[in-house]
Design a protein around this ligand. Sequence first.
Ligand code: B1M
Length: 211
Amino acid sequence: MADPYDQLKESLIAGDGAGVERLTRELLDAGRSAREILDGGLLPGMEVVGQRMRSGECFIPEVLLSARTMQAALELLKPHLASGDSGSLGTVVIGTVEGDLHDIGKNLVAMLLQGAGFVVVNLGTGVTSAQFVAAVKEHDAQVLGMSALLTTTLPHMPETIAALSAAGLRDKVKVMIGGAPVTQAYCDEVGADGYGANAALAVETARALLA
Ligand code: B1M
């Protein structure tokens, strides 16, 4: 019988929602952890989708199918990822920057932060700097998390940091950034406080920023 994680990965690449849902449930029922299911099948599957998109082997409709399938699988995993001691570590406002609608990684970061004990206010996608600033103020957030997947939308990160300064909030909130094109060098360049290369590291960064 084929490895269940290979099956999960292939079903995600094929955008087979029913197959991914069934396999994810079966793996959970068999006692596999949500993190193992993510790392063993779902994330490697999205990686292949990205490679195929880059090489022109697959196109937006197929990518969208895989993305929707991934979102549905994340919803199944959510109760297992986000079951921490909610609220004890502080409040994180998080969103994907203006002009960018990629949200799978950002939602995963949000779930793990919640699971680690943060209150998470997820603003969704296409969030403007003014909306980030307003949410930080409204929720008295300790951390602002910004995600971007497009190189063209990255400049909204420093723009938002400048808007926080203009609103007199820069000293009150730590800024964490992430997303595929973001690097530690970029983080340093734009004056963010921390960077997470992946969702698990983002949680470590958020913890360290508030320590
Ligand atoms: Co888009 N897309 N896409 N796409 N897409 C990329 C990003 C791309 C790299 C694909 C490629 O060419 N290989 C490319 C960007 C190139 C560039 O700018 N350098 C690209 C492009 C070009 C586009 C469009 C412009 C395509 C078009 O229309 N011609 C368009 C733009 C739309 C827009 O945003 N305005 C577009 C659209 C789409 C879909 C709608 C089809 C879909 C998004 C669906 C959705 O998100 N709801 C989509 C997808 C799925 C992808 C790829 C294939 C996969 C992204 C993903 O979900 N990865 C992507 C290729 C790739 O990244 N390899 C691609 C899985 C996810 C778990 O990883 O998001 O990296 P990731 O998140 C990680 C880390 O980055 C980190 O933790 C996460 C978990 O480990 N992280 C953080 C993320 N946010 C963080 C925040 C933090 C800390 C860590 O702190 C706050």
